[in-house]
Design a protein around this ligand. Structure first.
Ligand code: ADP
Ligand code: MG
Length: 504
């Protein structure tokens, strides 16, 4: 099974400046919170929404003499994520202290992995449209501790600190600067999120801060990026700015667009872009400086003496690999090649693993394309109306399959099926029993249909005369007969009989 369909790369986004054309170059550092019940180096809970400072152990608040103990589950999730991104897993990695003062970081340093990350180079296929996707290279994934939260807006004079998040395990997923536009950046984050949700390694909840991105943006003249790819020399690219801590797809796109235009204005004015860290203000629609870019040596990184190098065994990695679920690209390719879905439909159905599972259950032993239409158009549409997730669908895969079987067996028309779907959705029940109990079976008995056709023609002589002059008007009679039979007549039979009786 090919794990990706063939595709061509999308065009880079071009922004027309006052003087010339510019292209965007973007690299992302995504912070994904590991779905673990305990923190990276302590047994404290990670539950979101707990009372402030309820999830804090002595390790998290850096009491003297407390030592970190590595959480194996978190390591496993980082390895799983690395394998899901087809990345190299480093059997030896190590933890370093990144020293800086922050009120919500009691240790005075963050434990991270600068020199020897657990995961090396990998890749993500970012789908933009059927047949159009970009391969974005992953540079590394390392594990690190999250900081707590300082709260400045609760009191005019006081600031508060909540250490619940302090020490929670993050995976920092660093891309190469391979992303070429705002939509692509959002799609990249979306694809990472999808893969991690399939893997179960991060819940991807951006609102709760489980997934945040630092977005690096630079601009260059057309051709410069291609030179960088040929030579590997990043000096062909423009100077970048980093926009910190974005937790919304919409804001990521807006911030990139604003930042690129800001840089273009500076460059076209003969100036130079300063490499710095900026913040995006969605209200003002602008980025503004937060601090000038600091270098690794500013943080006085050094190996954490409290933690031994992390050594894992190839056998353990192989076991984790063997236990990986089918991932979105492979599932999508299988839906296209085995079931015959369009790439678009396969993409929609594999966006969430729960939707893909639902579809596969409903499609087992049935016409996959027909089931896909029902799931995408009818079920998703109806669920969206009620703001429900697929996991809360009132119609089970078996029930939807039952409705589709009734259509396939010629027992109900497509139109009746829609009404039946609504009944099953709101009232529940077995579709076949509902059809029998409510007399919804399709009328295929031509005698009964013929009688209805004759009656409608007899009642509308003028309309019948017009239809004889202009056969296109026969459709009106088909509609009337369908109405008269409560939608239960077989539309094909009605059409034939109407034409016959009108002498067309
Ligand atoms: P540093 O070592 O200063 O942290 P890296 O080379 O590790 O910088 O890059 C950090 C992030 O910035 C990566 O996601 C990378 O893709 C991105 N990046 C690097 N150069 C550029 C550039 N010229 N334009 C946009 N993003 C870039
Ligand atoms: Mg770096």
């Amino acid at each position: 099974m090919p794990d990706a369909l063939s595709y061509t790369a999308p065009e880079a986004k071009v922004i027309r400046g006052a003087v010339s054309d510019w292209e965007l170059v973007i690299g992302l550092e995504v912070h994904a919170q590991v779905s673990s019940q305990a923190k990276l180096f302590s047994g404290a809970s990670t539950r979101f929404g707990a009372e402030p400072n309820a999830n804090v152990s002595f390790v998290d608040c850096a009491m003297p003499g407390m030592l970190p103990v590595l959480n194996e589950y978190c390591v496993e999730q980082a390895v799983r994520t690395g394998l899901g991104l087809k990345a190299q897993i480093n059997l030896v990695s190590a933890f370093d202290r990144k020293n800086y003062f922050y009120p919500d970081l009691p240790q005075g340093y963050q434990i991270s992995q600068l020199y020897h990350p657990i995961v090396g180079e990998g890749e993500v296929i970012v789908d933009m449209a059927p047949g159009i996707a970009r391969r974005v290279r992953i540079e590394r994934i390392h594990m690190e501790q999250d900081a707590g939260k300082s709260i400045h807006d609760m009191d005019p004079r006081l600031s508060f600190v909540d250490l619940n998040r302090t020490g929670v395990c993050l995976m920092e997923i660093v891309s190469r600067p391979d992303i070429r536009g705002p939509e692509e950046a959002a799609a990249y984050v979306g694809k990472l999120r999808r893969i991690m949700r399939y893997l179960g390694t991060c819940d991807g909840n951006m609102q709760n801060g489980s997934l945040r991105a630092d977005v690096n943006v630079s601009v260059c003249r057309p051709g410069a990026y291609e030179r960088y790819r040929e030579t590997g020399d990043a000096s062909a690219l423009g100077t970048r700015c980093e926009i910190k801590n974005m937790n919304s797809m919409r804001f990521i796109q807006q911030a990139i667009e604003h930042e690129a235009r800001r840089q273009i204005a500076i460059l076209e004015d003969g100036g130079a872009v300063d490499q710095e860290t900026r913040l995006y203000d969605p209200d003002k629609g602008e980025t503004r400086p937060m601090r000038s870019k600091e270098e690794a040596h500013d943080y006085r990184y050094f190996p954490d003496p409290d933690l031994l190098p992390l050594e894992i065994e190839q056998g353990w990695v192989d076991d984790i690999r063997a236990g990986l679920p089918e991932l979105p690209d492979a599932k999508k390719a299988r839906f296209v090649t085995e079931i015959g879905l369009s790439e678009y439909d396969a993409g929609v159905l594999t966006a969430e693993v729960e939707a893909a599972d639902y579809f596969e259950q409903a499609a087992r032993g049935r016409d996959g394309k027909q089931v896909a239409n029902w799931v995408i158009n009818d079920l998703f549409g109806r669920l969206a109306k009620d703001g429900l997730e697929i996991t809360a669908s009132p119609v089970s895969p078996a029930q939807l399959g039952g409705i589709i079987d009734l259509i396939a067996g010629g027992e109900i028309s497509g139109k009746i099926a829609k009404a039946l779907f609504e009944i099953v959705y709101t009232e529940g029940g077995d579709p076949a029993e509902i059809v029998a109990a409510r007399n919804m079976r399709q009328v295929t008995d031509t005698g009964a249909i013929a009688a209805a056709v004759e009656q409608v023609i007899a009642e509308n002589p003028a309309q019948a005369e017009k239809a004889r002059q202009n056969p296109k008007l026969a459709g009106w009679f088909v509609g009337q007969v369908m109405k008269a039979t409560g939608g239960k007549a077989n539309p094909k039979a009605v059409n034939e009989l109407v034409r016959g009786k009108l002498g067309l």
